[in-house]
Write a protein that binds this ligand. Structure first.
Ligand SMILES: C[S@@+](CC[C@H](N)C(=O)[O-])C[C@H]1O[C@@H](n2cnc3c(N)ncnc32)[C@H](O)[C@@H]1O
Length: 329
């Protein structure tokens, strides 16, 4: 709720402008300040704050002045989206999905598909931001393990993101690789509308091209090849037909330079009854919310799938909860 009301974003901005360096562990504020800046009804806000105090999210700094602060670690856990231990997005997702429970229960009873795309656009945007956070972890792990490749990308290069959606992941990469030109393609016009706005906001029109197209058509018409092709949280959403997916990878093979890399960030979902090796709350939530419409792999089935495509070299890298697939010709 704190996210939807804009409270956490407000505290994030406040902390950012207040502390220019060092670690931010708490933010101080008053209820009046929140009410005025966020245009929130004071009585409702008072109720929310009371609950947040009771839950241990906030603490009272000075009762007389009605001054509050975020409790220890809350800044890292709920507010700072760039922090490693940030879990605000995942908690937000639980909250957002709540209104869809009636539809979900109906689907449980009838087996009918429900689509996450039916959620209001404001919720979709926030969920996409959560997915793109996964993309920042993918980028971090990739640049750490493929330092030389990424150093070259710092100088020049061309990156394609297949399934760029709302553009949040493109934004992460474009901020880091300033000399690279990007192409983003997707089949969802609503998402691309948002991606284009993001590009305009950053004044990146010269660097980032966006196309609403299927990969097959794009491969036929686009003549240049890419150093890096990224699929972040896309594969599971694609048409589940195996031949269709093989076709996508044949097209990606054509679009990739001979020494290029296909980088895949995707939840690998183990079998429900497999022995538990790691904590996978985010992944399993993902499976639950898209159980009828998406097709996820586990490590073994994904390797088998790649073996059925033209790609030859596959490396799976997992480190402290993040994982990437680095695939080459
Ligand atoms: C979870 S979103 C990920 C967006 C983006 N990669 C990110 O990390 O922010 C998945 C995206 O894949 C797109 N998608 C699904 N099937 C696709 C296809 N066949 N071709 C292109 N995009 C596709 C969806 O429209 C959606 O925008």
């Amino acid at each position: 709720m704190g996210r939807r009301l804009g409270i956490f974003d407000y505290l994030y901005q406040k902390a950012k402008s207040k502390f220019s360096s060092g670690k931010n562990v708490e933010v101080n504020f008053t209820p009046n300040e929140l009410s005025e800046n966020l245009n929130l009804d004071f009585k409702y806000l008072d109720g929310w704050i009371h609950l947040a105090l009771e839950c241990g999210i906030l603490e009272i700094l000075d009762s007389n002045q009605k001054l509050l602060k975020t409790a220890p670690f809350v800044y890292d856990l709920l507010i700072d989206r760039n922090n490693d231990s940030y879990i605000g997005g995942t908690l937000g997702a639980f909250y957002y999905i709540a209104p869809a429970q009636d539809i979900l229960i109906e689907s449980f009873k009838t087996g009918k598909n429900w689509s996450i795309l039916d959620l209001p656009v404001e919720i979709m945007i926030d969920l996409q931001e959560r997915g793109a956070r996964f993309g920042t972890l993918v980028e971090r792990l990739f640049s750490k393990k493929y330092e030389d490749f990424c150093n070259n990308l710092q100088k020049h290069g061309k990156i394609l993101e297949l399934g760029c959606g709302y553009g949040f992941n493109l934004e992460t990469w474009a901020k880091k690789y300033k000399n690279v030109s990007f192409v983003g393609i997707d089949i969802d016009p609503m998402a691309l509308k948002h991606a284009k706005k993001l590009i305009e906001k950053h004044n990146w029109k010269e660097r980032i091209e966006i196309f609403e197209t299927e990969i097959e058509e794009f491969t036929r018409s686009f003549k240049k090849k890419f150093d890096l092709i990224i699929l972040n949280q896309v594969l599971h959403e694609m048409n589940t037909d195996e031949n269709y997916r093989k076709g996508v990878f044949s097209n990606l093979y054509c679009l990739l330079k001979d020494d290029g890399i296909l980088l895949i960030g995707e939840n690998m979902i183990p079998d429900t009854f497999a022995a538990k090796k790691t904590f996978q709350l985010f992944d399993i939530t993902h499976k639950f919310t898209e159980v009828k419409t998406s097709l996820f792999y586990d490590e073994k089935t994904f390797r088998e799938f790649i073996a059925s495509t033209p790609f030859k070299r596959v490396e799976f890298i997992r480190e402290s909860g993040s994982s990437i697939w680095v695939i080459r010709k």
